[in-house]
Design a binder for this molecule. Structure first.
Ligand code: GAL
Length: 844
């Protein structure tokens, strides 16, 4: 025993020594974060842990590391961790400690944005809705009840991190924490109290004594020593509010989020790389991709109004956890090029020279002779040839070249050396052997959700109630129900006569049922105004209005008070006489949530499922259930909800989120090929106009067993569940790339001490992403003046006849290949012209 204790004590001491030895001292100066006395160039990326599963985390983190990230940035999601006051959840997707430890295990740092306000297109901006019901509370201002809750939760997270020794000061990975989020964007709306609150937030955070710096983003007046940081599509023009603070960029939007009813935004990587490069060129030293992996808004976590379930964000790692090429690869090359400049970048401030209109050179030159340069063409129209230090450089419009030795180009933001990888969704029936929809139909069972009031806890109130105050967001659904007696001698309405029901709501969806039948519906971001022609009968009539939220607002001053639901007026107008009656202040009966939610039909367990045919379809408010075997293979899985209307779905009791394939993207503003040159904005590059905003919904593999899985959906508007199918996402069956003679040689031809190893020509390199695949065919190859993009390449007037055979020989049969892009290899088919090599290859 005594010996055992001794060993225990010795190993405890050893552990302390190890921890102390690993503990890092994080400070900052005007150039950078300083870790253990060394300034750092840091490249960061956001991954929000509840937007994927713990099973996905190690791979996402590894892909981030392979992509050249040093830091993972995440918000902390208060409403996920404390769904009910003082009842905490740090399990499963909310296992923050595990996530931070996995990042540490991969050797990366963490930037923990505690907030606790997040924004993030997350329900209610991350605030638990119960906060709203604390008497006297006012959010995000100088209000005692709010500050008390904010401090309690912030301290709770800091304590948890400290207990687990996760701050860098304790040997952990967390090098930076954030308090609040973009408060400076809205603080003027809160007046003088806003300023007091902001200062209080800062000192509250500092008092928690994390041992590492704090930041506030978009807060120009963040008090010392808090670092004010920038968010935006570009932050090169940003300067921190003190000469002692480094220039840091906490959100570089790698794309943009999707809303139901919206086209899909994308951000060309040439522009994203340009934004990053010019930030480091102009003295920035910390940059974070928001998002690096966007993921999925499972359950009812999406913000509002109308944020989609997918939070793909056009990020370098897609929603399903697959790298998106060429975005991921081009940024990886960029990160390598920036890191080649690290010593020079950190040693000094740049010397900036103009090389002409819109042409800027920034050189970082140290006394010891190491140097690096960035050459920028910020013009949007024309390419330029510039002379720098006596050498000539070609600079495409809106591009930056990085010269780690101030001489040779390691990278240009507009010249991509990473191949485009195709992605496809392979369809699979819900049951492997079900080959007809009739057969599939019989595999579904159903339960009809009652129309109108059915629960014992329904209650009566005069007037129209605001929805969030009424449901406390325990459910998306609130019934507003009214019984009307129409007498035969009614002058307002004769029997069977037509009327118009007018309903006004502030969101987000309304269904109107008259006498148990769906009469009309509508949806909107801020305001819904419905005029529904209806028929009433003599005697009893019911008007049941189902109001549905699709994510609570998450952004803007006082977003917490925007509210939802039917505001009124609700009126009935006689089609015949034109006279109308206002029903708004009548005695309405209310029901929060659906009956099937109370009985947990989502779990699939109920004994009430009806399996006799025919299966009712295209009718509102039906719960459907089926069982299925796992789609074959190991590729990520999606369910294609085409054929259904709108609702919520569960796989093995786990909510995969809201589905809404009938929400169609507005037919406006899309372009097939977006010009990356010039300032990007959220609606500059859009695709998918006029099509459903989202048909495919991610089901993490770890939620699916090999067989006997349950899928449940609550279909609100009416649909046919037998049309549902699986899709597995595959990547890389074809690879495409065009490399010109003016492309830089691969960045890997540089040694880590920023010496170019061998002066090579540009190289076209291909690699099948799946490790068991090889290149099976070259579908197109042309050295000369090829045109087009993936899938549509064609020869230009100039083409080396040997192109195809040379590329075939180098590539077919191998997983990867490299072909030098030069006349030495291909001969010169057209002497005076600038040439490129375009290749399309298949892998399997
Ligand atoms: C920022 C905010 C983020 C996110 C982003 C848009 O304003 O800080 O949380 O909402 O916009 O995706």
């Amino acid at each position: 025993m005594v010996r055992g204790r001794k060993i225990e004590i010795v190993s405890f001491l050893l552990l302390q020594i190890v921890v102390v030895a690993m503990a890092a001292n994080v400070t900052y100066d005007h150039r950078a974060l300083v870790i253990d006395g060394k300034r750092k160039i840091l490249i960061s990326g956001s991954i929000h842990y509840p937007r994927s599963t713990p099973e996905m985390w190690p791979d996402l983190i590894q892909k981030s590391k392979d992509g050249g990230l040093d830091v993972i940035e995440t918000y902390v999601f208060w409403n996920g961790h404390e769904p009910h006051k003082n009842k905490y959840n740090f399990e499963g997707r909310y296992d923050l400690v595990k996530f931070v430890k996995l990042v540490a295990k991969a050797g990366l740092y963490v930037h923990l944005r505690i907030g606790p306000y997040a924004c993030a297109e997350w329900n209610y901006g991350g605030f638990p809705v119960w906060l709203h019901f604390i008497p006297g509370i006012k959010f995000r201002t100088d209000n005692e009840p709010f500050k008390a809750e904010m401090q309690r939760f912030t301290a709770k997270i800091v304590d948890l991190m400290k207990q687990e020794r996760l701050y860098a000061s304790q040997g952990g990975p967390i090098i930076l924490s954030q308090v609040e989020n973009e408060y400076g964007n809205v603080d003027s709306s809160y007046g003088a109290a806003g300023k007091i609150y902001m200062k209080w937030s800062a000192s509250m955070a500092l008092s928690l004594d994390t041992g590492v710096p704090w930041n506030m983003c978009q807060q120009g007046d963040a008090p010392d020593p808090i670092i004010n940081t920038c968010n935006g599509f570009y932050c090169d023009q940003f300067t921190p509010n003190s000469n002692n603070k480094p220039k840091m960029w906490t959100e570089n939007w790698s794309g943009w989020f999707l809303g139901f009813g919206d086209p899909t935004p994308y951000r060309p990587v040439e522009d994203l790389a340009f934004a990053v490069a010019i930030f480091y060129q102009r003295s920035g030293t910390f940059q974070n991709y928001y998002m690096y992996h966007g993921g999925t808004n499972f359950e009812r976590t999406s913000g509002g109004p109308l944020i989609s379930t997918s939070y793909d964000y056009d990020a370098p790692i897609d929603e399903y956890g697959l790298v998106r090429e060429p975005k991921w690869g081009h940024l990886r090359d960029l990160h390598k090029a920036i890191k080649l400049c690290e010593d020079a970048l950190l040693a000094t401030d740049p010397t900036v020279t103009s090389l002409g209109s819109n042409l800027v050179a920034s050189e970082y030159k140290t006394s010891s002779g190491s140097c690096a340069a960035f050459l920028a063409n910020i013009g949007t129209e024309s390419d330029a040839t510039v002379t720098f230090n006596g050498n000539s450089y070609h600079l495409p419009a809106w591009s930056i070249s990085i010269l780690p030795d101030s001489k040779n180009v390691a990278f240009n933001t507009a010249k991509i050396n990473a191949a485009t990888e195709s992605t496809t969704f392979a369809r699979q029936a819900l049951k492997p052997n079900a080959d007809s929809s009739e057969e599939l139909g019989s595999q579904w069972s159903y339960i009809k959700e009652p129309i109108g009031i059915s629960k014992a806890d329904a209650f009566v109130k005069p007037g129209l109630l605001e929805q969030i105050n009424t449901t406390a967001d325990e459910s998306d659904y609130l019934w507003y129900s009214l019984r009307m007696d129409i007498k035969g001698d009614e002058t307002f309405l004769d029997e069977g006569s037509k009327a118009v029901l007018h309903v006004q709501s502030i969101g987000q969806v309304v269904y109107a049922f008259i006498n148990g039948k769906l009469a009309g519906s509508g949806n909107g971001k801020q305001k819904i105004s419905l005029d529904i022609p209806i028929n009433l009968v003599t005697g009893k009539n019911t008007i049941d209005l189902l109001s549905v939220t699709v994510g609570l607002a998450n952004y803007g001053a006082f977003f917490d008070l925007i509210g939802a639901g039917i505001t009124g007026p609700v009126t009935l107008k006689s089609a015949k006489s034109g006279s109308s009656i206002d029903l708004s202040s009548q005695q309405w009966t209310y029901q929060v949530g659906l009956k099937g939610e109370d009985t947990d039909l989502g779990s699939g367990d109920s004994s009430e499922w009806v399996s006799k045919s025919p299966l009712p379809t295209m009718q509102p408010l039906i719960w459907y259930k089926t069982t299925f075997d796992a789609p074959s293979g190991s590729d990520p899985v999606a369910i294609d909800f085409t054929g259904t209307g709108k609702g919520i779905a569960w796989v093995n009791g786990q909510s995969i989120g809201r589905y809404w394939p009938t929400s169609i993207a507005r037919n406006d503003g899309c372009t097939d090929s977006c010009n990356y040159r010039g300032s990007y904005s959220a609606n500059k590059c859009l695709k998918n106009c006029g099509k459903p905003s989202q048909t495919l919904y991610h089901v993490p593999r770890s939620w699916i067993k090999p067989s006997g899985n349950t899928l449940v959906l609550l279909e609100e508007m009416g649909g046919d569940p037998t049309k549902i199918s699986f899709a597995t996402k595959q990547t890389g069956s074809s690879l495409c790339l065009t490399v010109s003679q003016s492309h830089p040689a691969p960045v890997d031809s540089w040694a880590s001490d920023s010496k170019i190893l061998n002066r090579t020509s540009p190289v076209l390199s291909l690699k099948c992403p799946v490790s068991t695949h090889v290149i099976t065919s070259i579908n197109f190859a042309s050295f000369g003046t090829p045109t087009g993009t993936c899938g549509s390449f064609s020869h230009g007037r100039c083409n080396s006849p040997r192109s195809l055979s040379i590329v075939r020989k180098a590539c077919v049969g191998s997983r990867s290949c490299k072909v030098e892009v030069s006349t030495r290899v291909f001969g010169d088919p057209c002497r005076s012209l600038a040439k490129s090599l375009a290749v399309e290859a298949s892998c399997s």
